[in-house]
Design a protein around this ligand. Structure first.
Ligand code: CTP
Ligand code: MG
Length: 333
């Protein structure tokens, strides 16, 4: 493999910004869709609270972190403190409650790694998955949303990266490629290195919660940071070029871990992520901001790492040479 590490960016990259922006605009959910999601959350909360008055339903994932496309499924998390019931009991009981409330296509997936109930709401036409007591996901959803409020280029970049990953079939964790959550973290990390985003977890915290023995604390008054990145004038096309060049030619896969918790690259050695432990191969290392022992790249195996790296190189080369990158980048795999 030839490593071309410091290729200068083509001089005319910015001419593609309008076409990337119109792709971004076409993926953003409408206000109507967002209000339907809220409507469903309210209806389901009412139904569930009749049976469990102290339970609370939270939106998480793409419909709440601001990185969701239109027509995506809704992720909900039920927070409930019933010690006499196991998670599976709760899931089964929840499925009964939903049946009684006239929701459709209800499936209780009790044996999945994260047990969920799936359903479709005939009133809004929306489908959703409900998990139980996965509160770290609710907190990391808030972190992502807070970052997206600091500089609008994060949301634009992450939408385009997610759209590329879906078009190229490298957003499939069950086949060894990365989750949408991991891609958004990769975008946040890049913007931290470019001085466009701060590192919220390194600032004096204004938000604290403890979830399953993890203390989550960070500065969340993000409306005070909305000119943070203003000195950097890079366009979304330039950032996209930088993103793919980084992952194609600059990231050191043998030594480096990206960490938005610290806003820096840290070493695999320091985290003891240098060798395979169980199923965690650590071939691409992306630290979870709160569960720091959790490598979001652990799903990647010795075959899919090459699929991913070839796709990063393909994207980098398209952005460098292709006359029509905003089309070619998303050509179906
Ligand atoms: N999540 C997590 N740890 C992971 C993967 C996901 O905590 N390893 C949580 C995050 O809160 C994330 C949510 O699950 O926001 C949903 O993950 P994912 O489906 O990857 O992202 P979405 O934003 O829902 O993207 P998509 O639009 O592809 O559905
Ligand atoms: Mg999702």
């Amino acid at each position: 493999r030839v490593q071309r590490r410091n290729r200068p960016c083509r001089f005319d990259i910015d001419q593609f910004t309008p076409s990337f922006m119109s792709i971004f605009e076409s993926l953003v959910p409408s206000d109507e869709e967002i209000s339907k999601q809220k409507q469903l959350l309210t209806a389901l909360s009412k139904l569930i609270n009749k049976e469990w008055p102290n339970a609370k339903l939270f939106l998480y994932g793409s419909c709440a972190n601001s990185f969701g496309f239109s027509n995506s499924d809704i992720d909900l998390c039920l927070s409930i403190d019933y010690k006499e019931m196991s998670k599976v009991d709760i899931i089964l009981k929840l499925a009964d409650i939903l049946h009684a409330g006239n929701l459709q296509n209800i499936q209780a997936l009790t044996r999945a790694r994260v047990p969920i109930v799936k359903l479709m709401d005939p009133n809004t036409g929306l489908s959703c998955d409900i998990c139980v007591n996965n509160l770290l996901a609710v907190v990391n959803t808030k972190l992502l949303r807070d970052y997206s409020q600091i500089d609008k280029r994060l949301r634009q970049l992450a939408f385009i990266v997610k759209h590329w990953a879906k078009s190229r079939c490298v957003n499939e964790t069950y086949r060894g490629t990365l989750s949408s959550y991991a891609y958004v973290i990769m975008c946040i990390h890049l913007l931290q290195l470019r001085g466009i985003l701060p590192c919220l977890q390194e600032m004096d915290p204004t938000y604290y919660v403890t979830v399953d023995n993890n203390t989550c604390a960070y500065f969340d008054q993000v409306d005070r940071l909305n000119s943070y990145g203003a000195r950097n004038k890079e366009t979304v096309s330039k950032l996209l070029w930088t993103f793919f060049h980084y992952w194609a030619y600059q990231h050191d896969y043998t030594k480096d871990v990206i960490s938005i918790r610290t806003g820096r690259i840290i070493s695999k050695h320091m985290k003891d992520w240098t060798r395979r432990v169980g199923n965690d191969r650590h071939l691409i290392c992306i630290e979870d901001p709160f569960e720091t022992s959790h490598d979001l790249g652990r799903v990647v195996d010795k075959r899919s790492i090459w699929t991913l790296r070839e796709e990063f190189e393909r994207a980098a080369n398209i952005l460098q040479y292709d006359p029509n990158p905003s089309v070619t980048l998303f050509e179906p795999y």
